[in-house]
Ligand binder design. Structure first.
Ligand SMILES: [Zn+2]
Ligand SMILES: [Zn+2]
Length: 260
């Protein structure tokens, strides 16, 4: 039994790692086509981002693998695979509930990680990406990766979800994690700058977090940022050299370690 659990943990680590390489690699390739030179001079940073992200893949993969084993063999979790088990209207609602719960957890743990000590110990790894690239999606210190890795495994015990809806949640999580760090917008203008953009987080919003640090802490929605007065609006995408210079100045001043 222990062998089967270990095998499931290993398989899930591989799946998370390959999913990261395919998603980040795909969007990094799209960046080369759409914005050649955007990542120029960032080779060493991107290597570090890939290293931290692959370590995070194991931290995400192990608990997910153990729970996947328990789901298959012990009936753990509230994941269901027969569509009719819950009303159809619940399917999209469950996706929203998962995103809202993850977003709330992320907002508050992220805000906490901007306090001086946790920032120095853990979160500085993520902010060492100046500016972030498509490879920074899972570039977290192991402590931060752990705070992210527990969310979905905890939620599947609490909130019923169809296996297909869970797959959609994981896809949204992956795509937004990559595209929010990519340095340009893939969404049409009406999404991020129209009325919808007032509530949704895309690259322009998270870019501002990486530029100004003490604002825009959310993951998917701007609700908590707006309620708590930490929303500073959308960031700008500077030409590579100018943006990097400004961020280096900021890093020298130590603004990154500010209190949330
Ligand atoms: Zn980030
Ligand atoms: Zn941060």
């Amino acid at each position: 039994m222990a062998g089967a659990i270990a095998l499931s943990a290993l398989a899930m680590t591989l799946i998370v790692g390959v999913r990261y390489l395919v998603a980040s690699g795909g969007f990094a390739f799209a960046t080369r086509l759409r914005h050649p030179g955007l990542y120029a001079g960032l080779d060493a940073q991107m290597r570090r981002e890939i290293g931290w992200s692959l370590a995070s893949a194991a931290i995400y993969g192990v608990p997910a693998g153990v729970i996947a084993w328990g789901w298959q063999n012990r009936g753990w979790t509230r994941i269901y695979s027969t569509l009719g088990e819950w009303p159809l209207w619940y399917w999209p609602l469950s996706v929203l509930l998962y995103l809202a719960a993850h977003d709330s957890w992320f907002y508050w743990t992220h805000r906490w990680m901007h306090r001086p000590q946790p920032f120095r110990i853990a979160h500085a790894v993520h902010h060492a990406s100046r500016p972030p690239t498509a490879w920074a999606a899972m570039s977290f210190h192991p402590i931060e990766a752990l705070t992210g890795a527990v969310v979905i495994p905890a939620l599947v015990f609490l909130i019923p979800i169809h296996v297909g809806a869970l797959a959609l949640v994981l896809t949204i999580m992956t795509v937004m994690g990559v595209t929010n760090h990519m340095g340009w917008e893939i969404f049409p203008r009406f999404v991020h700058s129209g009325p919808l953009g007032g509530w949704l987080i895309t690259a322009s919003h998270h870019q501002r977090h990486h530029q100004d640090y003490r604002c825009n802490y959310g993951l998917y929605f701007r609700v908590w940022d707006r309620l708590c007065g930490t929303d500073n609006g959308l960031g700008r995408f500077d030409p590579p050299d100018r943006g990097r210079g400004a961020d280096h100045d900021r890093a020298r001043r130590g603004d990154g370690a500010g209190i949330a």
